[in-house]
Write a protein that binds this ligand. Structure first.
Ligand code: G3H
Length: 487
């Protein structure tokens, strides 16, 4: 929509990075502010998206695919010219290490390009004619309407664009709300959105999600809810649409991915992969390994080596070279991590690594907690932070049971050097989760692969071609075959 100066109330945006005040307190640095109480403006943004879509008759949904791709390429070129500002804001707003913030930006650009390429293929394959029983059918992928996109704070740019880009390319118009942490980083892109797309096609809204988003859904004018966040929030939001069966939901939700480490596993390899899998960006990844299930015969060497490697991780500020563990953006997060560890300790577990679980301001030193048992919060709760629960097993059935009985169904990792053993496990597991990783951590990428989950972990599939399909519907034009049109 239109770019307006905001003179209403604001919420301040604070970095997870703290400074020590003169009286010795640690205080989070203020980075800027975003509008609050902007519900009316959010509704105007939705109206702009509705008008630009115009029940499928608007300029954007009726443009050719080549024209829409042209707009997106223009946007991408402008976005690349603002790389440094966006990366700096990712670093400061969510405390993501600089190298990972750069990776997030570059990966997003790659994702846009891959989606454009996939769309060209999809478009070509859809423009073919099929003749069945005297009817000539031309299948076309058509848009769904107005899409409300919301990404999470851990990948504020990448995961917002993971839905926004395919939604736009398929001819939908979009309203998007940046995450609570990771809102300022969209400022450098506003001009690019404005100049690359026709008016009303992309609209950014601010304000508190708990107030603004229900207001938008209540109108019944949102056709697709595209949310990467928690299943609790998704369940709540879906019910707010007055006609719930008219709302399509594309959701990336909670996960508690486990690694099953078998007695014949290469322990060094398992340690290396599990370290990346559990603690990259402080474990704040939906795909992170959030439970390590290790065969009792190797649990001691595994814990010793894993703890040694955790001890080598560099704890510090996100701009420092080689840093791994950085300040946590969510208020009260260190307290929550401590509470999870204390709960496990009270029920018989211990922190096995030196300094594990110590806190300094918004920094939480990773804690490796062993042995985890049913009944401890860490057994099922998604910690989404730098706590690594480890559970021993004797019978493989017990490890499989953990995955099978989970409310989540995103991914699992298996570590074994016996291909036959791995082969026997893959079939039952791939029917429980949507990706089985062999001798490697869980992860979303490469981003062209389908990304989804079962049970409470997802609805719909993301990643390039799948996402283009998710944000469109197969419509068709049918013509009766006659002697005149037969050839
Ligand atoms: O938080 C969820 C992200 O999509 C995970 O992506 O596996 O590449 O870190 P990643």
């Amino acid at each position: 929509g239109e770019l307006k100066a905001w003179d209403g109330p604001v919420d301040s945006v604070r970095s997870p990075v703290c400074v020590r005040t003169a009286d010795g307190r640690l205080e989070q640095i203020e980075l800027g502010s975003v509008p609050s109480g902007a519900e009316q403006e959010a509704e105007e943004a939705l109206e702009a998206a509705v008008a630009a879509y115009d029940d499928g008759r608007g300029l954007w949904p009726t443009m050719t695919v080549a024209e829409r791709i042209g707009c997106l390429q223009d946007f991408t070129n402008q976005m690349i010219s603002r790389r440094q500002e966006v990366v700096d804001l990712i670093v400061w707003e969510i405390g993501k290490p600089k190298a990972d913030s750069e990776k997030e930006f570059d990966r997003t650009v790659d994702y846009i390009r891959a989606t454009i390429t996939a769309l060209k293929d999809l478009d070509n394959s859809n423009s073919r004619f099929t003749i069945v029983e005297g009817t000539i059918g031309q299948i076309r992928r058509t848009p769904l309407g107005v899409v409300l996109c919301m990404g999470p704070y851990n990948y504020p740019l990448n995961e917002t664009f993971a839905t926004l880009i395919p939604a736009l390319l398929m001819g939908n118009t979009v309203v998007f709300k940046p995450p609570r942490f990771g809102a300022l980083l969209f400022y450098p892109l506003i001009e690019a959105f404005q100049s690359a797309f026709p008016k009303g096609v992309v609209n950014m809204v601010y304000g508190r999600g708990s107030v603004v988003v229900p207001r938008l859904l209540d109108t019944g004018k949102v056709n697709v809810l595209a949310l990467i966040g928690s299943s609790k929030v998704a369940d709540h939001l879906k019910k707010l649409h007055p006609k719930v069966n008219r709302l399509r939901a594309i959701l990336g939700l909670d996960a508690k991915n486990a690694a099953i480490i078998l007695p014949d596993a290469d322990v060094e390899l398992a340690v290396k992969e599990c370290l990346i899998g559990t603690l990259t960006f402080n474990g704040q990844r939906c795909t992170a390994l959030k439970m390590l299930i290790v065969h009792r015969s190797i649990v001691e060497p595994f814990l010793r080596r894993f703890s040694e490697e955790v001890g080598k991780l560099k704890v510090g500020m996100p701009w420092e070279k080689g840093v791994n563990i950085t300040p946590l953006p969510e208020a009260g997060k260190t307290n929550h991590m401590t509470a999870l560890v204390e709960d496990a300790k009270a029920k018989g577990a211990r922190v096995v690594n030196k300094d594990g679980g110590s806190v300094a301001g918004t920094l939480f030193y990773p804690a490796v907690v062993y042995p985890i048992e049913e009944g401890m919060k860490l057994y099922r709760e998604e910690q989404f932070g730098p706590v690594v629960p480890v559970m021993p097993f004797e019978e493989l059935e017990m490890a499989l049971e953990y995955v099978t009985t989970s409310e989540h169904g995103q991914q699992v990792s298996i570590f074994s050097s016996n291909p036959d053993q791995v082969g026997r496990l893959v079939d039952p597991l791939v029917n429980q989760v949507c990706r089985v990783n062999i001798n490697c951590q869980c992860q979303r990428g490469p981003d062209v692969f389908p990304f989804t989950g079962r049970k409470d972990s997802a609805e719909g599939t993301l990643s390039v071609t799948d996402a283009l399909r998710s944000f469109s519907i197969r419509s068709m034009i049918a013509t009766k075959e006659t002697p005149a049109n037969k050839d």
